[in-house]
Ligand binder design. Structure first.
Ligand SMILES: NC(=O)C1=CN([C@@H]2O[C@H](COP(=O)(O)OP(=O)(O)OC[C@H]3O[C@@H](n4cnc5c(N)ncnc54)[C@H](OP(=O)(O)O)[C@@H]3O)[C@@H](O)[C@H]2O)C=CC1
Ligand SMILES: CC(=O)[C@H](N)C(=O)O
Length: 264
C-alpha cells in the first residue's frame, strides 16, 4: 500500500491525460482514470497495474453529462485518498465562430470550463481542510492568442488560466497547490478529433516531452507552466503588465478621455 496520494485524471484514455497517468503511476501513485472510452481506459489501467504495481480505478464519464459530472464530484468530495486532481479532458474547436451550432458551443464550453471548475470546487473544501492537495488545470497558449481564430476554444483556455490564478489566490494560503499548464501544439488525437490534419502543423511537441516538462513545473510548485515558452521573462512581463494596469483602475470617476466635452 502506498502513502502517496491518489491522482484523479480526466481525459486519461489517450494523449496528455494518458501520459500523466503513466508518469504518476511510475512515481508510485494510485490512480483514478476518467474518460468516456471504457475499453481504452481498461487497457491503460491493466498496463499501469502490471508495469508499476499501482492500484488503478476506471471511472467512465462523459463530462458534458450532468449525471456523470455529479458522480465524479461525489467521488472527489468523498474519497479522501485522492490528493491530486488533473483537470485535463478537453476538446478543440472545429471551424470558425460562425460555423458553430448551439450544441457545439455548449459542448465545448461545458467540457473545457464547466467541468474543470466543478471538479475543482468538489475537492477545494476537502483539500483546504487537510491543508494539502494539488489541482492541475490544462490550459493552452491559445489563451493568449485571439488572433489564432479559435475564438471559443481560446476563450475557454483564457478562463482556465484565470480560474487557476484565482484558485491559487484563494487556496494557496490554505496549503493547496494550483498549477495551470499551457501547452502549445502537441502531438495527440485532439487535432484529428477537431477535423484538423496534424500533418499540416510543422512545429509540434511530442506528448512525452510536454508532460515531463509540465511535471518539472509541478515539482517546482510553479503556478503557471508554459513548456513551449522559451523566454520565461515574457510571462513575467505579461503578468506584471496586467498587475500594473490594475493599479491604474480608479473606479470613482471615468477616465479623462471619456468625459463628455461641453460643445455649447
Ligand atoms: N494537443 C494539443 O495540441 C493541446 C492540447 N491542449 C489541452 O490538453 C488537454 C488534453 O488534450 P489532448 O490530450 O491533446 O487531447 P486528446 O483528444 O488526445 O484527448 C482528450 C481526452 O479527453 C477525453 N474526453 C474528450 N471528451 C470528453 C468528454 N466529453 N468527457 C470525458 N472525457 C472526454 C478523451 O477521452 P474519451 O474520448 O475516451 O472520452 C481523451 O482522453 C485538453 O484540455 C486540450 O485543450 C492544450 C494545448 C495544446
Ligand atoms: C489543441 C488546439 O486546438 C490548440 N491549437 C492548442 O494549441 O491548444
Amino acid at each position: 500500500m502506498t502513502t502517496l496520494s491518489t491522482v484523479l485524471i480526466t481525459g486519461a484514455s489517450t494523449g496528455i491525460g494518458a501520459t500523466y497517468a503513466d508518469r504518476f503511476a511510475r512515481r508510485g501513485h494510485d490512480l483514478v482514470l476518467v474518460a468516456r472510452d471504457q475499453a481504452r481506459l481498461d487497457t491503460l489501467a491493466a498496463r499501469l497495474r502490471e508495469q508499476y504495481g499501482v492500484a488503478v480505478d476506471v471511472l467512465r464519464a462523459d463530462l458534458t453529462n450532468d449525471a456523470d459530472l455529479s458522480t465524479l464530484e461525489a467521488r472527489l468530495r468523498d474519497d479522501a485518498r485522492i490528493g491530486i486532481l488533473i483537470n485535463n479532458a478537453g476538446m478543440a474547436q472545429s471551424g470558425g465562430f460562425a460555423q458553430q451550432s448551439a450544441e457545439a458551443i455548449e459542448r465545448l464550453i461545458k467540457l473545457n470550463t464547466t467541468a474543470p471548475t466543478r471538479l475543482a470546487a468538489a475537492v477545494a473544501t476537502r483539500f483546504a481542510e487537510s491543508g494539502s492537495g494539488a489541482i492541475v488545470n490544462i490550459g493552452s497558449v491559445v489563451a493568449f492568442a485571439p488572433e489564432f481564430g479559435m475564438t471559443i476554444y481560446g476563450a475557454t483556455k483564457a478562463f482556465v488560466l484565470f480560474l487557476s490564478q484565482g484558485l491559487h489566490q484563494e487556496l494557496s494560503p490554505k496549503g493547496v497547490y494550483v498549477q495551470a499548464v499551457l501547452p502549445a501544439s502537441t502531438r495527440t488525437e485532439i487535432w484529428e478529433r477537431a477535423g484538423i490534419d496534424i500533418n499540416q502543423i510543422t512545429d509540434i511537441m511530442d506528448v512525452n516531452e510536454l508532460v515531463d516538462a509540465a511535471l518539472v513545473g509541478f515539482d517546482r510548485r510553479e503556478l503557471v507552466t508554459i513548456p513551449p515558452l522559451h523566454v520565461a521573462e515574457r510571462w513575467d512581463a505579461l503578468d506584471g503588465a496586467r498587475q500594473g494596469l490594475m493599479s491604474d483602475i480608479r473606479q470613482t470617476n471615468a477616465a479623462e478621455r471619456y468625459r463628455a466635452t461641453n460643445k455649447e
